[in-house]
Design a protein around this ligand. Structure first.
Ligand SMILES: [Zn+2]
Length: 237
């Protein structure tokens, strides 16, 4: 499937001058950071309900890899693939070295960039080691907060979920609507949160800790993003 992304790049390069579309920008948000952040922030603009900025994410039950670092490894691959396909990319963070900035700050980066998609990359954790599979979260419609980005976010979630399941081969846990995600409620652009797999499941953790599976995840995220942006990879690659 990398071939499909690459064939598309080749087809872009052969476009006649002047035929290129304006280049959209995608903001990639590798979830979490080296340290959690227990400070609180409002779950939406003007809200008196507050949640902690970042609980810190999960960790590979076999690999010991932190979720923050797995998210980063995949995000850097997605950036490379999207840039090769002519998409501009901005990152909320480019290294795993500090205290998590929290979700309002992440959303503001995407808003200021005018992102065509705010792509949040995460992996899941559960107290049940049997829990496994890929799912994608998107905002619930909340008047004044997310009603304007609900439909586009849901469409993006559906497409990216399909491509991720195809690329990773993990069970399809479908989509989930969330009204309580700070990073969704503050977003003024289409936003999704991809949960690639479960780091608390020994099989998925072992797989996701390998470069081969990180590449698969990145290809699925890249293909889904390109399809959402109406720039599908070329056929037959
Ligand atoms: Zn996470």
């Amino acid at each position: 499937m990398l071939a499909l992304c690459l064939v598309f790049v080749a087809s872009l390069l052969t476009l006649p001058a002047g035929a290129a579309q304006p280049r959209p920008i995608v903001v990639i948000d590798p979830g979490h950071d080296l340290h959690a952040n227990s400070a609180t922030e409002p779950i939406g603009p003007g809200s008196s309900t507050r949640k902690i900025k970042d609980g810190g994410g999960t960790r590979g039950v076999v690999s010991g890899l932190t979720e923050a670092e797995l998210n980063m490894r995949v995000a850097l691959r997605v950036r490379k693939l999207l840039e090769a396909a002519g998409i501009r990319v901005a990152m909320t963070r480019a290294r795993t070295s500090g205290t998590s900035m929290g979700n309002v700050a992440r959303a503001r980066i995407a808003n200021r960039a005018g992102a065509a998609l705010f792509l949040r990359i995460h992996a899941d954790g559960s107290t049940d080691p049997r829990a496994r599979g890929t799912h994608t979260l998107h905002p619930a419609p909340r008047p004044g907060w997310t009603d304007d980005v609900y439909a586009s976010s849901k469409r993006a979630a559906r497409i990216v979920q399909t491509e991720m399941v195809g690329a990773l081969g993990f069970p399809d846990r479908g989509l989930q609507e969330r009204a309580d995600f700070t990073g969704f409620n503050w977003a003024d652009v289409p936003v999704i949160l991809a949960e690639m797999g479960f780091m608390t499941n020994p099989t998925e953790d072992r797989q996701l800790s390998t470069p081969a599976y990180q590449r698969r995840a990145a290809i699925g995220l890249c293909r889904g993003t390109l399809r959402f942006l109406g720039r599908p990879p070329a056929r037959g690659g």
